[in-house]
Ligand binder design. Structure first.
Ligand code: SAM
Ligand code: SF4
Ligand code: SF4
Length: 343
């Protein structure tokens, strides 16, 4: 009984936020001046428990759910996360489960994640230069810790994806250093365009570095430093958000998630579950649908499935596609923030 929305899009992917809290203060997500150390993030009783999360996944499976990506906030701030992965993989062996993290607490947990059955790891890294990284993390973190965790992930999992957000004038000089550093087998460096998610990250077109610009810079880097050709790759699966390229001689992949300049709403099969149990059918939604109350009121899994099916079949979100000419953002000014809905 799979389900499609009003635009014929299936429900395939779940972004699962396990906490809204974070130990970084990236300016494009949780600007330090607005989110001090004592900011009241969700408390334990407000968070969905692991059994509640498993119930939501169980309810979504009959509708076509194939993939879960665990996110946040910073997901590794949620204790015992490998246990959640293990339960997901035990209960739903063919469900693909990935993790996206800033990498700060990753290294000591890698072998537990591996044995829990985790399928893939994405680490966000916006610079290799120590000073640029430290400033961007908003909390003075050391890039060496993250680079070491990335190398270890590549060893334990055989491959690792990297996510980079560029901000003009802050880290756009990191394109070439990042590309040189990760131009190796097993690394997939993806540039995500800075998005106007939420209302607090001071998004403006002047701060955007387009994927097309980054690709052109990498093509000239390849030429000037004799790094071989950049080869376009086909989509690896339907709903793939990344435009994929590879370095020649198997030296890793590059990806461009051009959500602003080349929106991909037409293929969007993602639903997002906030850490408090609110479900969002779009990254740019302002309203979430409360699943925690029915879960805690004892609603059965089949009733939850029906609730999810009704929500998805009424969905017509295509925010990025409708975003106005000249990058004028449209719609409600109370859009949910990225740290609350997960990336
Ligand atoms: N804390 C984890 C991390 O940073 O990997 C997981 C959550 S974070 C919200 C998920 C992804 O969203 C990260 O790769 C981050 O760079 C990206 N992100 C956050 N705010 C963004 C924005 N305004 N535009 C584009 N990407 C953004
Ligand atoms: Fe934290 Fe990730 Fe947001 Fe940076 S992007 S502030 S690491 S949740
Ligand atoms: Fe999906 Fe909304 Fe992003 Fe479009 S704007 S790709 S519908 S999350």
């Amino acid at each position: 009984m799979s389900v499609v929305d009003l635009l014929g899009r299936p429900l395939r992917d779940l972004r699962l936020s396990v906490t809204d809290n974070c130990n970084f203060r990236c300016s494009y997500c949780l600007p330090a001046e607005l989110f001090p150390a004592d900011y009241p993030f969700l408390n334990a009783s407000q968070l969905l428990s692991f059994p509640e999360i498993l119930r939501v996944v169980e309810a979504a499976r009959p509708l076509g759910l194939k993939k879960v990506k665990i996110t946040g906030g910073e997901p590794l701030l949620r204790g015992l996360l490998p246990n959640l992965v293990k339960s997901l993989k035990t209960q739903f062996p063919d469900l693909e489960v990935g993790l996206i993290t800033n990498g700060l607490h990753l290294q000591p947990l890698l072998s537990r994640f591996r044995s829990s059955g985790l399928d893939s790891v994405t680490v966000s890294i916006d610079a290799v230069d120590p000073d640029v990284f430290s400033a961007l993390s908003g909390n003075g973190h050391r890039v060496e810790t993250i680079l070491s965790a990335i190398e270890a992930t590549r060893e334990v999992f055989g491959a690792v994806k990297l996510n980079t957000v560029l901000l003009r004038g802050e880290n756009d000089d990191q394109v070439e250093p990042l590309a040189r550093y990760f131009r190796r087998p097993g690394f997939n460096l993806r540039f995500i365009e800075f998005m106007d998610v939420g209302t607090l990250n001071a998004w403006s077109p002047d701060r955007l570095v387009s994927g097309a610009e980054v690709l052109a810079r990498l093509q000239s880097l390849a030429e000037s430093e004799n790094l071989g050709d950049l080869i376009p790759l086909p989509k690896s699966h339907p709903g793939e958000t990344s435009e994929r390229w590879s370095w020649s001689q198997g030296n890793g992949e590059l990806g461009f998630i051009n959500s602003i300049t080349r929106p991909f709403c037409g293929d969007c099969s993602r639903v997002r579950l906030g850490a408090d149990g609110r479900l969002y059918t779009c990254l740019f939604a302002s309203l979430g649908y409360d699943l925690r109350s029915p879960l805690r009121a004892g609603e059965s899994t089949s009733e939850l499935t029906g609730r999810l099916a009704r929500l998805w079949s009424g969905r017509n979100d295509q925010y990025s596609q409708l975003r106005g000419v000249g990058f004028q953002t449209k719609g409600n000014s109370s859009r949910i923030e990225m740290f609350a809905v997960g990336g």
